[in-house]
Design a binder for this molecule. Structure first.
Ligand code: C2E
Ligand code: CA
Ligand code: CA
Length: 552
């Protein structure tokens, strides 16, 4: 009811299109009715001529000063020379009388029009104040929760997809560039989205580090790509290039939910995307999702015993000699009914449970078996194993690793553990102690997915780390964005200054390789050299590679 009332008031105060025509018709009709009424009741000598204030005030409210003034003149004429003083006797008005009345009409019309304009202007300002972020001027969450008298009220019917866009590590950005420049960055992001997305999409800054976007088109993939493309560009603030990454959650809007609920669902997925370091996640019904998770975990317990798991290996190439010097172990799960299940779908779930220790132990054992098989063929390469922080917390972990290494008679230096930067930073002090412990056994340590967290690099100098793996996102963007190339270059320099080596991940083409060589990068890994492959394929690849003495 309240909503309907304010909607009507909105039409009245801000008439558009056909509402203008209707309001003009009402004014004309009211003026004519008043004219007829005054005529029928005996002319201007009676009190009824005061009814003229009705159309005048209506016009001034709707059309402001101009409306009030014009209607005042028209009504002044209607009740002036066109109306006798007394219709029965036909006695005409004195010119002085009707001119004076017309002046009063005009003054009243102009004044009330001015007041209506002032009211309109001030309510607009108050509404702007309440519905826009004070620092950036971008619409805020109130446009969703309050039914204000404004045009921009977010429309449920106009939303098919809701996006929640989080700016990763925004506190670090603010720390580095100050709040004012951060707000400039927010405005840039907003303007880019505004330009790229269709007119009817709505963009809200719903928190310091978050945008909500409502899009009308239902095509999920197309819209995600469009949003990703728009966001992943170079940002310059005060001429300083900034590298900004985002975590996006997407939720389809269903009438079952309010729009606010839909955005909250998108928020859940965005936080999850941030946690798992993926660019976006699509919200699935929570119940379904947790059901799927429980199912996956249940299936995984069996998989460990039923030989559904397999390890693939991907070589790392030393850029100075062009020789493969190490292999990274990557898990593959071939489910008999569901086909291949991606590591990123299952490993984050396993990491939440104790199963991660069983899995890592299994991976280690199989990997070391492979290393000893390779050694029999006189193939000597270091092996990199992805480990999770939970492994470090297991007090038996390092003892079990050393037992296995002894069992397969492998040098400790041949083993490398990769641990993701985000996992490290979450628990920096504890991880440092545990890594120092591992280092005592001369096992190599590397930081995986480096750079994605937009972290300050200073923490690196205090860690007993040998290698830094620059995330493949940077390698991919490096050929497209100058700013990213600078980031890669300075990361390599800094890592070298700290006496560590650099691996570039996800090298897919010659151009990327040339740039990396010019930057003095130590190792590279990626589809350009080889995709992850089974042990047998790896052996064949290695022999073939050596036969042809490949030079990249
Ligand atoms: P990661 O450690 O960053 O592994 C690199 C990922 O990039 C692998 O995906 C690999 O197949 C892919 N990749 C390699 N070269 C290229 C390239 O040139 N282009 C592109 N586009 N991709 C490339 P994968 O195998 O799907 O593994 C995903 C993630 O799952 C891994 O990321 C790692 O974090 C995790 N993971 C895999 N195996 C294990 C494991 O045994 N234990 C643990 N804890 N995590 C694992
Ligand atoms: Ca890795
Ligand atoms: Ca990686």
């Amino acid at each position: 009811m309240k909503g309907k009332f304010s909607k009507r008031l909105n039409y009245l105060l801000y008439p558009r299109g056909y509402a203008i025509a209707i309001n003009i018709s009402i004014i004309v009709l009211l003026s004519l009715l008043v004219y007829i009424f005054v005529y029928q009741t005996g002319g201007t000598k009676y009190v009824y001529s005061h009814s003229t204030y009705l159309p005048i005030i209506f016009a001034s409210v709707v059309f402001g000063v101009k409306g009030g003034l014009l209607t005042g003149i028209v009504c002044g004429i209607l009740l002036g020379p066109l109306m006798p003083l007394d219709t029965k006797t036909g006695e005409a008005q004195q010119a002085m009388n009707w001119v004076y009345r017309m002046v009063i009409f005009v003054v009243v019309g102009t004044f009330s029009g001015y007041m209506a304009n002032a009211f309109r202007y001030n309510t607009k300002r108050i509404i702007d104040y309440l519905t826009h972020n004070q620092e950036t001027g971008i619409p805020n969450i109130s446009v969703l929760t309050k039914n204000y008298l404004i045009k921009e009220v977010l429309d449920d019917e106009n939303t098919e997809l809701a996006f929640s866009i989080l700016i990763n590590k925004y506190e670090n950005i603010i720390e580095v560039i100050s709040r004012d420049y951060y707000n400039d960055l927010i405005k840039q992001i907003y303007n880019n989205l505004r330009e790229a997305l269709p007119q009817e999409s709505q963009i809200i800054q719903s928190a310091t580090d978050k945008f909500w976007v409502a899009i009308k088109e239902p095509n999920v993939e197309e819209n995600i790509n469009k949003v990703l493309k728009t966001l992943n560009v170079s940002y310059y603030v005060n001429k300083i290039p900034l590298f900004v990454t985002f975590s996006i959650g997407v939720c389809r809007h269903r009438s079952l939910y309010s729009l606010l609920d839909t955005f909250r669902n998108a928020d859940v997925s965005a936080r999850r995307a941030q946690k798992y370091n993926v660019p976006y996640l699509i919200f699935q019904n929570e119940h379904l999702e947790s059901f799927r998770n429980i199912e996956l975990l249940g299936m995984f317990r069996n998989a460990l015993h039923q030989e559904e798991l397999e390890l693939f290996y991907q070589p790392k190439i030393a850029l100075d000699t062009c020789k493969p010097v190490a292999i990274e172990t990557l898990l593959r799960w071939n489910h008999p009914k569901q086909g291949e299940i991606k590591p990123l779908e299952i490993i984050p779930l396993i990491e939440e449970t104790e199963l991660i220790n069983t899995l890592t132990y299994w991976v280690l054992k199989r990997s070391l078996e492979t290393v000893s098989n390779l050694a029999k063929l006189d193939i000597k390469m270091q092996i990199s194993i992805n480990i999770s922080p939970k492994n470090l917390l297991d007090s038996n972990f390092i003892d079990r690793v050393i037992d296995l290494v002894d069992h397969y008679n492998i040098d400790n230096e041949c083993i490398e553990f990769e641990i993701t930067e985000s996992a490290l930073i979450e628990n920096l002090d504890l991880c440092r102690k545990l890594l120092e412990l591992i280092k005592k056994y001369h096992i190599c340590l590397s930081i995986d997915d480096f750079g994605i967290g937009y972290s300050s690099l200073s923490y690196l100098s205090n860690l007993p780390v040998d290698i830094v793996k620059i995330d493949r996102f940077f390698i991919n963007q490096m050929t497209k964005e100058k700013a990213v190339r600078h980031i890669v270059q300075s990361t390599i320099e800094l890592v070298h200054d700290l006496g560590m080596k650099v691996v570039a991940e996800g090298v897919e083409n010659q151009e990327q390789l040339e740039i990396l060589k010019a930057m003095n990068c130590d190792y590279a890994q990626g589809y350009l050299f080889a995709k992850p492959m089974s042990e047998t394929d790896l052996i064949n690849w290695y022999l073939e590679y050596h036969k042809h003495e490949r030079i990249y």
